[in-house]
Design a protein around this ligand. Structure first.
Ligand SMILES: C[S@@+](CC[C@H](N)C(=O)[O-])C[C@H]1O[C@@H](n2cnc3c(N)ncnc32)[C@H](O)[C@@H]1O
Length: 264
């Protein structure tokens, strides 16, 4: 296992509890709601064979299994795989690396890559993960890959009154190379511009690539309002804008996450 993968395993095993993340904050609740909507709008009719690569503790896998899909999950972190396998319903899950999937060619109708791309710091590794997703997906099947927007961290800190001078300095450096500063509390990661995510998908042989902004442009307003009396209506409005502007090129980078929907 390379040093970056060891960092990822260490981060999710000892530093950050991924289980329950998707319900914690307005941003994450928007991410969950919109991602699930986009998956349901894109996946073939159930029962489709779905591979969830980097599926973590299995939140999306469980929702899709409940929809009637046949879901298998692969993740780098053993404790995530154990949580996915132990949940209700239990998910068929295995430890594995997105760059070298322990799966047969052309088996799946759809492959999800909702996490590994931002944990892979180098473009050749990200292309390899996308190629692997394409390989295990039948021709004409769907590949859906998430990235974190280049601008998400600074927007998050600004909207939650946490933006320091150091954060601005780190955000300025991020504009140039996309890799976060070691002083950041997140594990080393890569943050995409939308056009770059599309280009990486295409360079891996994927076609019909469409980039969605997941949380929409008003997610920072939902974060800023979370403890106030307008939290609920602002969250609802942010969700509406996320739907309205989902593929609006001028706005997708304002979302915290980008979602590439493509064909194998
Ligand atoms: C932020 S979590 C996302 C989990 C889930 N897919 C979701 O969207 O809520 C990122 C996940 O990617 C996994 N991951 C990171 N690098 C990976 C790799 N090279 N191969 C497989 N999984 C990886 C991590 O272990 C973690 O479970």
């Amino acid at each position: 296992m390379d040093e970056n993968s060891r960092n990822v395993v260490e981060y999710y095993t000892n530093t950050y509890g991924e289980d329950g993340r998707l319900t914690r904050r307005p941003q994450a609740r928007l991410e969950w709601t919109r991602t699930l909507e986009l998956l349901r709008a894109t996946l073939p009719a159930a029962p489709a064979r779905v591979l969830d690569v980097g599926g973590g503790p299995g939140a999306y896998a469980r929702a899709l299994a409940a929809d009637g899909h046949r879901v298998r999950l692969v993740d780098l972190v053993p404790s995530h795989v154990a949580l996915a396998a132990a949940g209700s319903p239990p998910i068929d899950a295995a430890v594995g690396d997105a760059r070298d999937l322990p799966e047969p060619t052309d088996l799946y109708d759809a492959t999800l890559l909702l996490g590994p791309l931002y944990h892979l710091l180098h473009a050749p590794d990200r292309r390899q993960a996308l190629r692997e997703a394409a390989r295990v997906t039948r021709p004409g099947g769907v590949v859906i890959a998430a990235a974190i927007s280049r601008f998400a961290g600074a927007i998050d800190f600004a909207s939650t009154a946490r933006l320091t001078e150091v954060d601005v300095e780190m955000a300025r450096a991020l504009l140039v190379d996309g890799v976060n500063d070691p002083r950041s509390p997140f594990t080393p990661a890569y943050f995409h511009r939308a056009e770059e995510l599309a280009a990486e998908c295409e360079s891996a042989g994927l076609t019909n690539v469409v980039i969605h902004g997941v949380e929409g442009p008003a997610w920072p307003a939902a974060e800023a309002a979370v403890h106030g009396p307008l939290a609920a209506p602002i969250f609802t409005a942010a969700l509406e804008l996320a739907r309205l502007y989902s593929t609006e090129a001028a706005l997708v980078g304002a979302s915290a996450h980008l979602l590439a929907v493509a064909r194998s």
